[in-house]
Design a protein around this ligand. Structure first.
Ligand SMILES: NC(=O)c1ccc[n+]([C@@H]2O[C@H](COP(=O)([O-])OP(=O)(O)OC[C@H]3O[C@@H](n4cnc5c(N)ncnc54)[C@H](O)[C@@H]3O)[C@@H](O)[C@H]2O)c1
Length: 314
């Protein structure tokens, strides 16, 4: 018998729906259960998605309660309050930690086996909070981390060099936020390192590249100041993660999880290239970083650890 693939989405706002829509269109699962404290909003989203079935195939979308997640292999958490214009991600922390306490308790009761994908901001801190609160193995808790930032980085580099972003091998690591670190030292296209090389007629210009990274780092602020929120690219990133987990791909993705001594860091969640599959994030790779990049990663960790201080996780 073919096993049904059931996932839950907790929080059916802009991000939850964009993720659900990307998963729905790609037919990655058989059942999607939507949960939101605003049940009518979730009902509306389920109805709207289901009307696309004639075009997208037979994915079932319905509104549910936590008890309906008994057979879920994976749950995406996008519940919370969204970033306001000008608000830093870390300012959001205290408003969202309480929401998570309630949600994780319900998920532990009803689907202790499921992989949890966390997207709510500040995502690294809330991934840490979830890992502390949950009774499941920490490997099963994955933050979307710098997947979105890395996607933006690759998109802009691809446009700059005139190549498919999927052929750009470059990471943003560390915090998903202001202290994120562009990893230039290993960035390459077709095996040719960016730094110090001319690729397709374009030499590596430090000032131009610094500007490109600034556009990546400020992308959320720029988008939020125009449309009020960001959702479609993070929705695509979440769908990519769902695929990697459910297909047990062992893909290497820059996701946030708890470090245990990698790069000399622990007691913090941030993104480093990690193996993602059915058991969550089971291992990580440790590319050799330049001294500046390592310092940047340590700075990310310090900022995140500071924001965890004063948070009551008891
Ligand atoms: N990780 C990333 O890269 C990334 C990118 C974009 C946005 N985000 C974050 O995603 C989060 C969601 O953003 P959004 O634009 O979808 O916000 P939104 O306000 O549109 O949606 C949030 C939803 O959560 C629901 N909710 C609140 N408390 C709940 C609870 N206790 N149980 C169930 N549902 C609850 C709300 O009713 C609402 O429908 C924000 O924290 C935002 O900053 C993360």
């Amino acid at each position: 018998m073919i096993q049904k693939r059931t996932i839950g989405i907790v929080g059916t706002g802009h991000v939850g729906v964009a993720a659900g829509y990307a998963i729905f269109l790609r037919g990655l699962v058989s059942d999607i259960i939507l949960i939101d404290k605003d049940r009518r909003r979730a009902e509306g989203e389920a109805m709207d998605l289901m009307h696309g079935q004639a075009f997208a195939g037979s994915v079932m979308v319905r509104v549910g309660e936590y008890a309906d997640l008994e057979n879920a292999q994976l749950v995406i958490i996008t519940a919370g309050v969204a970033q306001k214009p000008g608000e830093t991600r870390l300012d959001l922390l205290n408003r969202n930690a309480d929401v998570f306490r309630q949600i994780v308790e319900q998920l532990d009761r009803h689907c202790p086996q499921a992989v949890l994908i966390i997207a709510t901001n500040p995502v690294d801190v809330l991934t840490y909070v979830t890992q502390v609160l949950t009774r499941r193995s920490g490997d099963l808790v994955i933050g979307t981390g710098t997947m979105l930032d890395t996607a933006r980085f690759r998109a802009l580099l691809g446009r700059h060099y005139g190549v498919d972003p999927r052929s750009v091998h470059a990471y943003i690591l560390g915090e998903h936020g202001d202290t994120e670190v562009p990893i230039w030292s290993t960035a390459n296209i077709g095996g040719v390192p960016l730094v110090g090389h001319t690729i397709l007629g374009k030499p590596f210009d430090r000032d131009q590249m610094a500007q490109l990274f600034e556009s990546v780092r400020n992308a959320a602020y720029e988008i939020i100041s125009r449309k009020g929120y960001t959702n479609t690219a993070i929705g695509s990133a979440i769908a990519r993660l769902v695929d990697a987990v459910l297909d047990d791909e062992r893909s290497i993705l820059p996701v946030s999880h708890r470090l245990t001594g990698q790069y000399g860091l622990d007691k913090v969640c941030l993104s480093i290239p990690s193996i993602v599959g059915r058991d969550g994030t089971t291992d990580a790779l440790l590319p050799r970083l330049s001294a500046d990049e390592l310092e940047g990663l340590q700075h990310s960790a310090t900022v995140l650890q500071e924001s965890l201080q004063g948070l009551d996780l008891g």
